[in-house]
Design a binder for this molecule. Sequence first.
Ligand SMILES: C[S@@+](CC[C@H](N)C(=O)[O-])C[C@H]1O[C@@H](n2cnc3c(N)ncnc32)[C@H](O)[C@@H]1O
Length: 292
Amino acid sequence: MSDEPQGEAFVTIFDDTYDQPDCRAYFRMMDALGYRNQHHAVTAFRAGLTALVRARGLSAPRLLDFASSYGIVTLLMRYRLGLDDVFARYRAPAFDGLGPAEVIARDRDWLAGLPRHAPPLHVTGLDIMPNAVAYGRTVGLFDEGYAEDLGAGAPSPGLAAALGQVDMIVECGSVAQLMPRALDRVLSACGPRKPWVMTSPIRGNERAAAAEVLARHGLVQEVLPIAPFVHRRFEGPEEQARALENARAAGHETEGVESTGHFHAQVLLARPEDEADDPRDWSLPLSVPPLP
Ligand SMILES: C[S@@+](CC[C@H](N)C(=O)[O-])C[C@H]1O[C@@H](n2cnc3c(N)ncnc32)[C@H](O)[C@@H]1O
């Protein structure tokens, strides 16, 4: 893990599920806790990617799925399906008795037959959990995958080469905000034309240190003009009390938002100033109706 403080704001860590040989436990945990972040965030990320592709004339944009875990962000960016479809797939009892190799084989076949969004993407997955990254590579989600901790040290030559070509960084889960040293090492390895960075941190997990890192790399950060959306349900009153405190400390009005029993998130976009058009003019919608 990083030597940077994780901070009390970091949501409850579910370590066991984060490094299993296949994705079942992770997606079932997300389903059980009512995760919704990726449903909302990826809609905005895809709108941003479309704007970036147009602005830079890209035909096969290269993405970094930062803190990727099993690659849910890549899955929703690349394929025509929703978070609810993913949860429904792994809820099926047919997955109960399978070994990891069987799940991986089924997932590889399933993904190979799924319709994709245009344009074609090249995705690099980066996470500290080796099994999660290996799963993403084996099933074909990631074109390249690296299990490295840039909070602790410099990228390997392979990762540095991949980062050098990245057009867009996407991240769901607050790591980019809470680990500014890792974010700095990612951006330092990127090419001279810095990528757009789209993230969906929980309200209260925004950090001035992350904004400073982005600014040092010539990126201007803004909050997308969409309503705060559900990240996931609180596990209990103590977690809710902490979240309310953190969100208020960051200047958010929590009544009708975190007070309803859920962590809420927002989408941050950072990009070079000369590419900063108004996201309200983008051709794809920034937001979708919530899932039940
Ligand atoms: C809340 S999960 C989110 C995963 C995924 N993006 C999603 O939306 O489901 C946070 C992830 O950050 C990863 N992580 C923690 N520290 C990291 C670091 N220094 N570099 C890369 N990933 C890290 C964890 O292993 C975990 O997979």
